[in-house]
Design a protein around this ligand. Sequence first.
Ligand SMILES: Nc1ncnc2c1ncn2[C@@H]1O[C@H](COP(=O)(O)OP(=O)(O)OP(=O)(O)O)[C@@H](O)[C@H]1O
Ligand SMILES: O=C(O)c1ccc[n+]([C@@H]2O[C@H](COP(=O)([O-])O)[C@@H](O)[C@H]2O)c1
Length: 192
Amino acid sequence: MKIGLYFGTFNPIHIGHLTIANHLAEHSDLDQVWFVVTPQSPFKTKSSLLDNHQRLEMVYRATKDYTKLRPSDIEFGLKQPNYTIDTLTYLGEKFPEHEFSLIMGEDNLKHFHKWKNYELILENYNIYVYPRLSDGKVNTKFNNHPKIFNISAPIMELSSTFIRQEIKAGRNVRPMLSDNVWHYIDEMNFYK
Ligand SMILES: Nc1ncnc2c1ncn2[C@@H]1O[C@H](COP(=O)(O)OP(=O)(O)OP(=O)(O)O)[C@@H](O)[C@H]1O
Ligand SMILES: O=C(O)c1ccc[n+]([C@@H]2O[C@H](COP(=O)([O-])O)[C@@H](O)[C@H]2O)c1
């Protein structure tokens, strides 16, 4: 099967993430999109980061009604911080029958030249990039790259940081989340 890997902290998963994953699943040759919940991203601090299993639970709840979208806890047992090349190597060994590619927002592509062994990632995997508003420019070495595919998905300007801030301020964030994720966050009193 062709699997698109959507790596993220998902603290929490929101409708921006879901819209992109669903768009890729419906408009590309990918059979499935896996949301890989990252315990510790190399470029992020741990502030207000929920436990891995709670973030995975939210991804599970958000995706359970979508046949092509799956949660993945593959990084939970790997060394932290989680470098994507290490996860890709591990996935290749564990699932030799699958063909993996990466999904990332344009914001992440702008920093991609700083990722561990990014050249190796580009040699071996296709990358689907979707538009996302952010400062800075994509490094020219990634222009017209044969392994990088730009996808014209809808732009949803929303972030987990904004949602966490809104909850802390006591404001309603319900439209930005899947309903069952909103219920879980509310019941558990997360981000208050
Ligand atoms: N609104 C959005 N539309 C499209 N892609 C998004 C959106 N929000 C996040 N992403 C992408 O999803 C992936 C994982 O995102 P992440 O979990 O870091 O979410 P985030 O909303 O950017 O989180 P935070 O605000 O905590 O940094 C990244 O590749 C990021 O670019
Ligand atoms: O491999 C790297 O060097 C690397 C550097 C930065 C980010 N990543 C991965 O990219 C994903 C999204 O990162 P972030 O910081 O936007 O949540 C997350 O799964 C990280 O582990 C990976």
